[in-house]
Ligand binder design. Structure first.
Ligand code: AMP
Ligand code: MG
Length: 310
C-alpha cells in the first residue's frame, strides 16, 4: 500500500467536518468512542470496508460493528424484537452492541456482515462519535483502530503509532473513558457473544438470564459452515470444468470476476456478493487463484472455508 499523509484532526467543528468529508469520499478515519478508538469507514461502501481490513492487516473477514447515532437510525438496518428494544432503551448510547437480523433493503456492504443475515450494531455515547455520526448521517463500520493482533487504542497517539501513513485521518479526542470493547449480545434466545464495557449483571437485570451458549448462526468462530455455498467450491482453478461456474480474478473469461484489474481491495468488496450470486445459480463453483498477500490472505481464508469438506 502507498503511504499517505495521515491528518490529525482537532475535536472541534472543523475537525468533525473534515472527518465526515473523509467518510463521504470512502476514506478511513480514526475517531474516539467511549470504548476504544474506532477505525471508521462508510458501511455501505464495499471499497471503504475492504480498506478497513487492508489497513488493519486482518488475516480474515470477521464481521464489523456498525455505528449509528440513535435507535431510529439503527432500525434502518436491523430488526428489533421486544428484547432488543428493551436493551436499547435501557442502555443506548453505551458500550453495548446488539447482533440482530438485517432488514430488507438495508444497503450495507455484505463485507461488513461477512455475508451473514445479521448485523452487529451500536450507538456509541462519546460526544465526538455522536457528532460525527449525526453529521455523516450514514452507518459507520468501525473495528478498533489498531493493526490486527495489537493492543486496542485508547488515545489518538496509539492509533497513529499503528496506522499513520495508512489511514486518512484521526480525530484527537483524548483518552477513551471505558477503555474496553463493547459487550456484544445476540442470538435467539439472547446470549453473551463477547464480554465488554457493560456488565452482564446489568443486562440480566433488564432482560433476565442470558442463554448459556449462543446459537450457531450468531456465534463468531462457529461460522465456518455458514460461509459455505450449497454447491461444491474448487479453488485455484484457471478455467471452469463442464457444469461449473467460474469466479474469476484478473483478466480472464469468467461468469463473475472479483476484479478484472487484479485489485485485491476491489476483490474483497465483491467477494460475498459474488459468492451469493453464483450460489444462487446452483452449480459447482470454481474460483481462480488469488494472490496470498495483503487482503488476498483474508479472501483466501474465506474461500478455503467455503471449499472445506462438510
Ligand atoms: P470489533 O469490531 O473488532 O470490536 O469486533 C466485532 C465483534 O463482533 C467480533 O467479535 C465479531 O465476531 C462480532 N460480530 C460482528 N457482527 C456479528 C454478527 N453478525 N454475528 C455475530 N457476531 C458478530
Ligand atoms: Mg479489535
Amino acid at each position: 500500500m502507498n503511504r499517505i499523509d495521515t491528518q490529525t484532526l482537532h475535536p472541534n467543528a472543523q475537525g468533525i467536518a473534515a472527518a465526515v468529508a473523509v467518510l463521504g469520499r470512502g476514506g478511513l478515519v480514526g475517531f474516539p468512542t467511549e470504548t476504544v478508538y474506532g477505525l471508521g469507514g462508510d458501511a455501505r461502501n464495499g471499497r471503504a470496508v475492504a480498506q478497513i481490513f487492508a489497513a488493519k492487516g486482518r488475516p480474515s473477514f470477521n464481521p464489523l460493528i456498525v455505528h449509528v447515532p440513535d435507535l431510529e437510525a439503527a432500525r434502518r438496518f436491523a430488526q428489533f424484537d421486544d428484547t432488543a428494544l428493551q436493551l436499547a432503551a435501557a442502555f443506548w448510547p453505551a458500550a453495548l452492541t446488539l447482533v440482530l437480523p438485517l432488514v430488507t433493503g438495508h444497503g450495507l456492504s455484505p463485507l461488513v456482515t461477512a455475508g451473514l443475515e445479521t448485523v452487529a450494531i451500536r450507538v456509541p455515547a462519546h460526544p465526538l462519535a455522536q457528532q460525527i455520526l449525526r453529521a455523516f448521517d450514514g452507518p459507520v463500520a468501525a473495528p478498533s483502530a489498531n493493526l490486527s493482533g495489537r493492543i486496542s487504542p485508547t488515545k489518538a497517539a496509539h492509533v497513529l503509532a499503528d496506522l499513520s501513513g495508512i489511514i486518512d485521518a484521526v480525530v484527537d479526542g483524548g483518552g477513551c473513558p471505558v477503555g474496553l470493547e463493547s459487550t456484544i449480545i445476540g442470538g435467539e434466545p439472547p446470549a453473551l457473544l463477547r464480554p465488554g464495557g457493560i456488565a452482564v449483571e446489568q443486562i440480566e437485570a433488564i432482560i433476565g438470564p442470558l442463554a448459556k451458549r449462543a446459537n450457531q448462526i450468531t456465534a463468531p468462530g462457529q461460522l465456518a459452515s455458514h460461509y459455505a455455498p450449497d454447491a461444491s467450491v474448487r479453488l485455484n482453478a484457471n478455467q471452469a470444468h463442464p457444469g461449473e461456474v467460474l469466479l474469476g480474478f484478473g483478466p480472464m473469461q469468467s461468469d463473475l470476476n472479483l476484479s478484472v484489474s487484479g485489485d485485491l481491495i476491489e476483490a474483497a468488496a465483491h467477494l460475498f456478493d459474488h459468492l451469493h450470486r453464483l450460489n444462487a445459480l446452483g452449480q459447482p463453483i470454481a474460483v481462480a487463484p488469488i494472490p496470498d498477500k495483503g487482503l488476498g490472505r483474508a479472501i483466501n481464508d474465506r474461500l478455503r472455508r467455503a471449499a472445506a469438506p462438510r
